[in-house]
Design a protein around this ligand. Structure first.
Ligand code: SF4
Length: 290
């Protein structure tokens, strides 16, 4: 995989622009609060770390699928009972170490048992899926090429712009690239297909792959296991290029120094008008919207 030298300039990602679009003040706190508001930088870091129950659930499922695949990459034997025993301890540790949003704002204890139940349900769906069976049957040569949660943030370049696409899992076989994105939340194939198409750019950049050789798979692991295959064609990529270009420019507009990624003053990042939309925001304490 390619490595890019560090530069200060901001890079587009789906989640960065979504935060920008949701609330400018939230965007400011999330991406600039620590470095540009020294009087509250520790608090910003603490609030940024808060994780809601659904997010924690999703992140544990992702971590455990990663552990299962990494085990499978180097070992032919996969003993499900041993893995589930490991998973139980892993869930407990993850919950105990989590900075719970609900605990912080509602003083509600994290219900580890209910998290364990939903994580085990998702893991069970994955381990019993035909996909996992196919992976179990992979040759050592194919397994050696698996890319599982690559380190870093998935930095890549697209038409001269810095962009980020973090793939969950990539299988390379017979010159074809198959990207998987595990999903634990509500099914939304239209929105998720839009989001996953960008992963083709990461593969094309890092593997110098042709557009037709990349296929994406949205893999829902809750409520059963379901895969939705997403193809990408040159028209999709030109649409994506336009979107990334315009959304990056909107975010550049909020910088006083684009190359240095220095934001304009905080007052130019207003609070969202409707306070009802602040309910699940990590930074609501700073906005007095608790
Ligand atoms: S609490 Fe509301 S206004 Fe404040 S950052 Fe969050 S979403 Fe924006």
């Amino acid at each position: 995989m390619k490595k890019y030298d560090y530069t200060d300039i901001l890079g587009w990602s789906h989640s960065r622009y979504r935060t920008f679009d949701e609330c400018r003040r939230k965007y400011y706190y999330h991406y600039y609060g620590k470095n540009f508001q020294p009087q509250i930088s520790e608090q910003v870091v603490q609030l940024k770390r808060l994780v809601s129950r659904p997010l924690l659930n999703g992140s544990i499922v992702h971590d455990l699928i990663e552990k299962a695949l990494n085990h499978l990459k180097f070992n032919f034997e996969f003993v499900e009972a041993d893995f589930l025993e490991f998973a139980e301890k892993f869930i407990e540790t993850a919950c105990n170490n989590a900075a719970s949003f609900e605990k912080y704002y509602e003083n509600a204890e994290l219900d580890i048992v209910s998290i364990e139940t939903s994580v085990f349900e998702a893991l069970g769906n994955f381990l019993k899926s035909s996909r996992f069976e196919l992976l179990l049957g992979s040759t050592p040569e194919t397994r050696a090429l698996w890319v599982i949660e690559p380190p870093g943030f998935g930095e890549t370049r697209f038409q001269g712009k810095k962009v980020y696409f973090k793939v969950d899992f990539l299988v390379v076989e017979d010159g074809q690239y198959l990207v998987f994105d595990w999903k634990t939340g509500k099914k939304d194939p239209i929105q998720h297909a839009e989001q996953i198409k960008g992963y083709a750019l990461w593969v094309m950049d890092h593997y110098e792959a042709a557009v037709g050789s990349v296929n994406m798979n949205i893999s829902y692991v809750t409520g059963g296991y379901e895969e939705i295959s997403v193809d990408v064609n040159p028209f999709d990529l030109s649409q994506l290029a336009g979107k990334i270009e315009s959304q990056t420019n909107y975010m550049y507009d909020m910088c006083s120094d684009i190359q240095g990624n220095i934001p304009k003053p905080i007052d130019e990042f207003p609070l969202i008008a409707n306070p009802n939309r602040c309910k699940y925001c990590n930074f609501k304490l700073l906005c007095d919207r608790v």
